[in-house]
Design a protein around this ligand. Sequence first.
Ligand SMILES: [Zn+2]
Length: 485
Amino acid sequence: MKLAKKLFRLTTLTLVLVGLSSGVYSAVAQKPTGPAKRSAPSSRAHNEVISSIVRDIDARNIERTIRTLVSFGTRNTLSEQNDPKRGVGAARDWLYGEFLKIAEASGGRMTVEKQTFEQPKANRVPQPTMLTNIVATLKGTQPESADRIYVVSGHYDSMCNSPTDAKCDAPGANDDASGTAAVLEMARVMAKHQFDATIVFMTVPGEEQGLLGATYFAEQAKQKTVNIDAMFTNDIIGNTLGGNGVRDRGNVRVFSEGVPSNETTAEGNTRRSVGGENDSASRQLARFIKEVGDAYVPQFKVTLIYRRDRYGRGGDHIPFLERGFPAVRFTEVNEEYKHQHQNVRIENGVQYGDLPEFVDFAYVANVARVNAASLAMMALAPTRPRNVAILTARLSNDTDLKWDANKEPDLAGYEIVWRDTTSPVWTNSKAVGNVTSFTMKGMSKDNYFFGVRAVDKDGNRSVVSYPRPVGRTPADRPAPSSSQP
Ligand SMILES: [Zn+2]
């Protein structure tokens, strides 16, 4: 407890210059003039539960899962539903059985559900087809937090050249047995631990048919107003030798959108008025993953990509984003297109097809470690502060922040974080105690971005909340042509 308190006071700056290879960051170009102290860089991991989760993740289990999924021949969403040996149904039933075994070690806290629905005829669905999401829920143990949900997902369907060819072999070892295996391994390791909030380990079909399984889950969650605080999709996380010839075993990309997919015109106007295009909830989530990942899996780096997905492409996080849930995508650094969506064949001596020999199981394990550490930290920490606002009623060189009080009994207090406007990540933090407002004296909101995060008594930190302006809405302001603000 003493140590935790000390660490809390340390105003830890978890992220810092490590990994900021973009060259954009200018170290201490603008020294804060107020009393706010520039905190010392520190990326020390100190939560023993999270460290033990990271240690327990085992590449051999991931390899076994990937090879088993490949052994079903194809997992195309349109393939056999009732053949125990081949097709998407065999994969579905095997995964369900594996999650059930894992749930036995959870002391009744994990439940496993088949979420089955009929997908009507669609672009890549020539006839109505039953799809089944496998959903394992590890219930949070803190009453104030149990309805706060973190979803981690991978898609268990696969395809060869044609998404509607249900007969061809489609091993899908990397796309996306890798993500599915990572989710299963996280469930195995994390089911033994207790978390304040709830974690959902999910594997879905229909990704290659148009994100169908994920869309169904996200839509159900929206209709039932489920509090999904964050969603991760793991898709194509196992190839370490890219088609560009580059071998990279030490980085994973995390994609996050800057402007929310579901933003209204009014919200967009407000965002533009405060320069918040780089500060969506999903981007705060991505920055959080980098902080936690770099601290707990130090030999393996998170590379933040500031776009929703790869160029012009998509994945299972998008239906969540479209419904207002913060979400990111994990993907390897250099993709190899000869081993994605290809019929298995040799052409001019070159092997095509998504085969297990092209998956780096140890690498998948590291991606799973970054996922698991981030999920564990979020589910142990208090919720990110709600209704965070910058008060704009007075024109001032100070910055007035306020937020709602958290309800968790183990809350210790809050930290204000900030960065220069050109910095990609939060660079500074200041512990301000258990208060619901704070003024950053002498630090103008014109010159920095600010955020607020909650901290519990063990030093677990929430994702940062980015404030909205309160007091003078854009509508209150004179027309933009006016010279006075
Ligand atoms: Zn995929």
